[in-house]
Design a protein around this ligand. Sequence first.
Ligand code: GAR
Length: 197
Amino acid sequence: MGMKFLKLGVLGSGRGTNFVAIQEAILAGKVNAKVQVVVSDMAGAPILDQARRFGLPAEALPAGKFKTRLEPEIEEKLVSILRAHDVEWVILAGYMRVVKPPMLEAFPGRIINIHPSLLPKFKGLEAWKQALEAGEKQAGCTVHYVNAGVDEGAIIEQRVVPILPGDTSESLHARIQVAEHELFPSVIQKLSQAGAA
Ligand code: GAR
């Protein structure tokens, strides 16, 4: 069971700090993978600038008329873009769209997502805020396989992050992101070591 070189397609809608953590871990030789392309549903998303800064292909693919998913024809286009870049594994790094059958069937068992909570608690948007408002003592982040449910696929690994007295939504999210930047590259490296085929 040798080490497998993972060809990644990264999808993101926002700042792209998780993408940067993954790419820096790759460049540091800590993750045996290559980012083949970065695609965003938001044409002006900083994640695209970050990708270009690393000299990586970056493409905007606006979602169309829906808020939480892509129009089916656009999702087919996403599959084509990822295939054209020879992507094997799809990494959702702050991608604020639900993926549907076109993606799930094109990359079965090969789409993973990072979510800012200790799933199955606090699915959906601004999960850290939900944890804070619920009076939890702990929050965290989860990397999981993506299936047809929302934030429901099999959990791969989690990191616990304490909620401290005086935490605001911003301070808590920042602490969770530090954990995310450590967890996500480490999970990708484990998938590569598992010879994940
Ligand atoms: C991350 O905190 C990630 O967990 C969250 O979006 C942020 C993206 O940050 N994802 C979700 O909430 C998915 N439901 P980034 O653009 O700086 O990587």
